[in-house]
Design a protein around this ligand. Structure first.
Ligand SMILES: NC(=O)c1ccc[n+]([C@@H]2O[C@H](COP(=O)([O-])OP(=O)(O)OC[C@H]3O[C@@H](n4cnc5c(N)ncnc54)[C@H](OP(=O)(O)O)[C@@H]3O)[C@@H](O)[C@H]2O)c1
Length: 275
């Protein structure tokens, strides 16, 4: 169990939807936060009630109440509502707090401008596998955040997966690759499982083969540091089966399709907060 990072500090998680709730539950499970010190907000009272019952945290729809006296404030809101909520909580913000935003597309400068105060902001871009401690999060700091603020934010995300620090100019690229990425991989995985069914495997066996193979290949890349092309060559026996499969992938333009998917998602990430 990870050591509590925040001691008796008050932590607010504004927008405990899909990503916010994943982080909230994971931080509670890892012992980084205790229910008593954690305030969560959502838009709908019935969802707040559900969070309260399930996680025993303070939960409601009043962002100001959640932020009042809070030491760390997570913004897990949709990009389009971040500025409005920041303006709403502005009277309760001060320079001793740390704001950690996971909102896609929203620059730290936009949050700082909406706060009209010198409050430290760290921007983070996690992904949904944080739910199992297998997340990938990129972080960068805003104008008023120090190295210590970045380190504190990093410790939260280290507890739910791997982390990397990047220049803020790369955050939209991260969004299109690793934040959207699980969706691409699920489609690939689902397709491999369909393929298994097509060649006669029971669906559960086909899904297991596809998922374990995806995880195994990813682990080999991460743990050996070898180039994926080199690892692919090791599977591809001359005149064997794999090269026939690869020819189909090339004809179907899998590589260029994946590249274009990421490029499109990155373009969208550049405009989301401003739409
Ligand atoms: N999903 C991902 O894979 C992922 C990955 C990385 C980053 N993100 C970022 O995380 C953010 C949230 O995305 P999501 O997928 O988690 O969306 P989501 O499930 O729609 O969550 C948004 C949450 O915000 C709440 N909310 C809306 N207006 C509010 C307000 N004024 N005050 C307080 N709470 C409010 C909603 O409440 P109700 O539930 O009551 O409607 C909902 O719980 C986005 O900026 C996204 O870019 C998401």
């Amino acid at each position: 169990m990870a050591q509590s990072l925040s001691g008796k500090k008050k932590v607010a998680i504004l927008g405990a939807g899909k990503m916010g709730a994943i982080l909230l539950q994971s931080f509670l499970r890892n012992g980084l936060l205790s229910p008593g010190q954690t305030w969560a907000t959502v838009a709908h009272p019935e969802r707040a009630r559900m969070l309260k019952e399930k996680l025993k945290v303070h939960a409601g729809t009043d962002n100001s109440e959640a932020v009042k006296g809070a030491d760390i404030i997570f913004l897990c809101l949709k990009p389009q509502v971040v500025a409005d909520v920041v303006r709403e909580i502005r009277p309760h913000l001060n320079g001793k707090q740390l704001v950690i935003s996971v909102a896609a597309s929203v620059p730290t400068e936009m949050i700082e401008r909406a706060m009209e105060k010198e409050v430290p902001v760290v921007r983070a871009m996690p992904n949904t596998p944080c739910v199992l401690g297998a997340g990938m999060t990129a972080l960068c700091k805003g104008k008023f955040a120090t190295k210590q603020h970045l380190e504190l934010a990093t410790k939260f995300f280290d507890a739910v997966g791997r982390t990397v620090h990047v220049d803020e100019k790369h955050m939209d690229a991260v969004t299109g690759l690793s934040a959207s990425g699980p969706a691409y991989i699920y489609i690939i995985l689902e397709s491999l499982a369909e393929a298994g069914v097509k060649v006669g495997l029971p669906r559960d066996v086909a899904t297991l083969l596809a998922a374990q193979t995806t995880m195994g290949a990813a682990r080999v890349v991460l743990e050996t540091g070898d180039h994926p092309a080199l690892l692919k060559d090791a599977v591809t026996t001359p005149a064997g089966c794999t090269i026939d499969g690869i020819m189909e992938l090339e004809e179907g333009k899998l590589r260029v399709t994946l590249i274009k998917a990421v490029v499109k998602a990155v373009q969208r990430a550049k405009e989301l907060a401003f739409s």
